[in-house]
Design a binder for this molecule. Structure first.
Ligand code: NAD
Length: 354
């Protein structure tokens, strides 16, 4: 039976397909951008230059300085550049780090944003911004940070290295898994989440085998968009909380941490979320979704042990304390021993037992 629900849609304009980067100039003009600052990481400066060439006449300049976790110092330098150049809009090409910089600038200027994602992280659909100052990371939600338009061009993802494609895709899967049992889950989001998980589950191992498989890349980007819609519209629970705590405490890489933690966070919640488990069984064609997510990580060549990313063993207890210090909504109450087992299993990289 359908329970009463509230649904809030994502108000972004989405252009999806191969070669859609060709529509960047038209999309920028549609947003009223006449002088764009094009953002990227230093690694993707070449891609940003190629995009700037296509944005004929509406480019003020490039800022190829985006960095992981949106450091406030980088944002301030970009803001100075924006003002010096008289830029009136932002065009971000890259993964969550570049999108984060665009969002941080939009928060401060209310400038319109066009985003061209090149990973599966999903930040482009959300009104969420995480920023770091020194070692402190803060997260906020604000309608000004949500990009007005997004161009998903499959061709831009072909160069994403196979290993990063796998973990970035599982990062997206995590958004959809938690949407299935979020406090504000609803029937539409459950359909979107199930479809997104199925698309990534079937395409990521194919991308590992052949990173230039356009059909698999198309399926993965489609799945990533659906999972991003889930993150934008639904709340999150234990899994995202744990990744935030672990990533912040031990400087662990974002997508890899999601990949290692997800099977264990789901195994913990499974007894409390039978409808979500049924959907996951269908989406991944399995009896045991937690084990299937672990196997997906292995099949894309991910390292499933957080200890290999530098997390110390005594960090397990520290992370348990941090998780329990600021309680979080979760479908299953947070129990100290259970949470400890989840973190210990992700630390050592063991396969969850049914
Ligand atoms: P990333 O943006 O840091 O990219 C990782 C590396 O891959 C970078 O060096 C980048 O230049 C390179 N790269 C990206 N796409 C490429 C491509 N197609 N070809 C070659 N190289 C490419 O990684 P990410 O996982 O996309 O983003 C992680 C960040 O995003 C984290 O800071 C995370 O907190 C944030 N995030 C935010 C939200 C949100 O809603 N606010 C959602 C998801 C992730």
């Amino acid at each position: 039976m359908i329970e009463p629900f509230v649904h809030v849609g994502v108000p972004s304009r989405v252009v999806f397909g191969r070669g859609t980067v060709s529509q960047a100039a038209a999309e920028a003009s549609r947003l009223g951008i006449t002088k764009a600052l094009v953002l990227s990481t230093p690694d993707q400066k070449g891609m940003a230059k190629g995009l700037a060439d296509r944005l004929d006449g509406v480019v003020a300049g490039l800022f190829p300085g985006a960095a992981m976790h949106t450091p406030v110092g980088v944002t301030e330098r970009a803001l100075t550049e924006m003002r010096t150049l008289g830029a009136d809009g932002l065009v971000s090409i890259g993964g969550g780090s570049t999108t984060g910089l665009g969002k941080a600038l939009a928060l401060r200027t209310d400038a319109p944003q066009l985003v061209l994602p090149t990973t599966y992280a999903g930040s482009e659909m959300t009104d969420i911004l995480g920023q770091t100052e020194g070692t402190e990371k803060t997260t906020l939600r604000d309608p000004r940070v949500r990009p007005e338009a997004v161009i998903y061009d499959v061709d831009l993802t072909l160069s994403l290295p196979a290993a990063l494609s796998g973990t970035s895709g599982i990062n997206a899967v995590a958004h959809a898994v938690e949407a299935l049992y979020a406090q504000n889950a609803n029937p539409l989001l459950c359909v979107v989440a199930t479809e997104g998980i199925a698309a990534l589950h079937r395409s990521l191992p194919r991308i590992t085998e052949a990173p230039d498989d356009v059909e698999a890349r198309t399926d993965a980007l489609y799945g990533a968009w659906l999972c991003a819609v889930c993150l934008a519209s639904a709340g999150t629970a234990l899994h995202h909380k744990l990744c935030h705590v672990l990533g912040g405490s031990f400087a662990l890489p974002h997508a890899q941490t999601h990949t290692a933690v997800l099977p264990h966070a789901l195994a913990y919640n499974a007894p409390a979320v039978s409808d979500a488990i049924k959907r996951l069984q269908g989406a991944m064609n399995t009896d045991d979704p937690a084990a299937a997510l672990f196997d997906l990580g292995i099949s894309v060549g991910a390292n499933m042990a957080l200890r290999d990313f530098g997390m110390p063993e005594d960090g397990i207890d520290q992370a348990v304390e941090s998780t329990l210090r600021n309680p979080y909504w979760n479908p299953r109450p947070l129990e100290r021993e259970g949470i400890r087992q989840v973190i210990a299993a992700a630390w050592s990289g063991q396969r969850p037992e049914a």
